[in-house]
Design a protein around this ligand. Sequence first.
Ligand code: COI
Length: 362
Amino acid sequence: MNWDFKVTKNLESKIKKTDFDNLAFGKDFTDHMFIADYKDGSWTDCRIVPFEPIMMHPAAFVLHYAQSIFEGLKAELSPNNDILLFRPEENAERFYKSAERLAMPPIPKDLFLESIHKLIEIDYEWIPKGKANSSLYIRPFLFATDPVLGVRVGETFRYMVILGPVGSYYSAPVKVWIQDEFVRAFPGGTGEAKFAGNYAATLQPVLEAQKRGCAQILWTDGLTHSYFQEIGTMNIFFVIDNTILTPELNEGTILRGVTRKSLIVLAQEMGYKVEERKITVEEFIKAVEEHRVQDMFGAGTAAVVQPISGFVYKEKEYDLTNLDREISQKLKAKLEIIKKGEIEDTHNWMYKIELNKNSQSN
Ligand code: COI
């Protein structure tokens, strides 16, 4: 389908006021945003407009019942100044499935890709240049707008995309609290969807984690707390006895991470043994005590590959700062050169945005 986009340019860019040398995560936003509205059974009124606050009806369904999903992906510049996205079709697919799980009209995959493509064509100058660990973060999101307080499937929805230059998500290695009390996801729940409520529900447990000196929680299964799920902002990987381990995805409780999926492929190509399976807390603690753990790291779009420096389990602290980290460093380095277009794209993962001179902002 050919989507008709109306573009209204922002007359005054904020770019010169943005400190590209000190980028945080998610605090700076570009000059434009994309909006489409769902009415009478179809997506209409696709538009790119100046970035600004939006009006909401006080009874908008999303404000009361949290019917909202999102995605996260990044744009980088290649050495020849090509604009590159990493596997955006995977995000389009996951967004589609998240919408179905939350009873929202899915965004057609071509609209998802075109909305991002056209918005970046306008705000491409915001992609950080030559700065380590920096990129342009892309945040598509979809929410219910019906001004009705009854709990039921709605009729009106809004899809938006915003962009912002970002630095690292975590500025230091992360310590995690292995969960034996709170629960993020059960089979049959929403754990696999990129559903806003999954994140809101983890905030109070994360405050408890912080009291234990941990920045994040390593979630375990809700019924027995005996095997690992994910970290909430990242998927989890372990290296034990030269084998890379990550929890299997078969219960619908773990986000299907694009970084997770890509690292598995890269690790196998590098000759490492990778197992996706149920990993018990017990086997992990035993391996830590027997010094058989070589690496532990989180993986996600925002966080990329993030070393886990230690953990707390049942109020006992474990330090992992001495792990060799060889495997996670190699995987991270490989992933980064692929994303920046510094080596040949043998997997056909990269999506290139050619600049259409008519749509540039200057
Ligand atoms: C991402 O990695 O893009 C995410 O959506 C995680 C988010 C909590 C920042």
